[in-house]
Write a protein of this length. Structure first.
Length: 295
């Protein structure tokens, strides 16, 4: 979004009618400036005005969101949050749950990796944020591309190679919660392989995170499960690569410049972050920190 908004853009941003905007301008109640006969509204000043409580647009709250990143779990993100000294905490519950909490201002950002049956995973995150209700001021920041696949026991005793082999050998696969990015990926890959979900011998209850999948495989509760290469390596388990995916961060524009988030985003551009990604393996961080979408 531009730093100087028109009357129409400001009305949309504040969820007010243009008529109401002109009333506020006439009363000198809203920060604005007139250039060549046209009213312009500095976005930074508008955000400060809102935070000061001078207006309460529908759905707006001046209570800051807690410094928590919800959504999906990722080992590299955990490292970045810690090593950047951002002070941000994590609440890994899955991509869709993270977006729901972000919409309710229960977290300051959501980490997501969404997938679609039609295979257009490159645009899946952006499409979901664009279509979601309550994200008129969302911004999507690239974090990394991650290698996802099947975690199996050391030595791959069942000689698994893909989801078809998982179905054919009735290998027990650790399931992930509904709405989690890994579950959406599993459903998409299952459909693309010409299988139905019932063909998989799913192990319940669901594993909340990748490390939980690794634990299930390590102790023999499951034969395999969807997780990242970095998780498999940390658990000293074998990994069968299936795809690379985008892992993005979603937050509101008004929260982008807050110190905690800026500490994290600054760290994403450092050599230390790139080195950490290489150590963990299975990451491409060449676009880390880049803005992928501004609504």
């Amino acid at each position: 979004m531009n730093e100087l908004l028109t009357t129409e853009e400001t009305a949309a941003y504040l969820r007010l009618s243009e008529r109401k905007m002109y009333e506020l301008v006439a009363n000198g109640a809203v920060p604005c400036t007139k250039v060549t006969g046209r009213w312009l509204f500095p976005k930074v000043a508008l955000d400060q005005w809102l935070a000061a409580g001078l207006v309460r647009p529908a759905g707006f709250s001046d209570t800051p969101a807690p410094p928590i990143i919800g959504g999906s779990h990722d080992p590299l993100l955990e490292c970045a949050m810690r090593e950047s000294a951002s002070g941000l905490a994590s609440l890994p519950e899955g991509s869709e749950a993270g977006l729901a909490r972000l919409a309710r201002r229960e977290v300051v950002a959501a980490a997501i990796h969404l997938h679609r049956i039609d295979g257009d995973d490159e645009a899946a995150n952006l499409a979901a944020v664009s279509a979601a209700q309550g994200f008129h001021d969302a911004v999507v920041i690239a974090f990394a591309r991650r290698e996802q696949g099947l975690i199996v026991a050391a030595g791959n005793p069942l000689r698994l190679s893909d989801l078809k082999s998982v179905a054919e050998r009735r290998a027990r696969i650790a399931m992930r919660p509904q709405g989690a990015g890994a579950h959406l990926l599993l459903m998409a890959l299952t459909a693309r392989a010409g299988l139905v979900p019932a063909a998989l011998a799913g192990v319940m209850p669901p594993c909340p995170t990748g490390p939980d999948v690794a634990q299930a495989v390590r102790v023999g509760r499951a034969d395999c499960g969807i997780a990242t290469r970095s998780v498999a390596r940390a658990a000293d388990l074998d990994f069968l690569s299936l795809t690379w995916e985008r892992f993005d961060l979603v937050l509101r524009q008004r929260d982008y410049f807050q110190p905690a988030q800026q500490a994290l985003f600054t760290f994403l551009r450092t050599v230390a972050f790139a080195e950490r990604a290489r150590e963990l393996t299975g990451y491409d961080v060449s676009e880390a920190g880049q803005v992928r979408l501004v609504k």
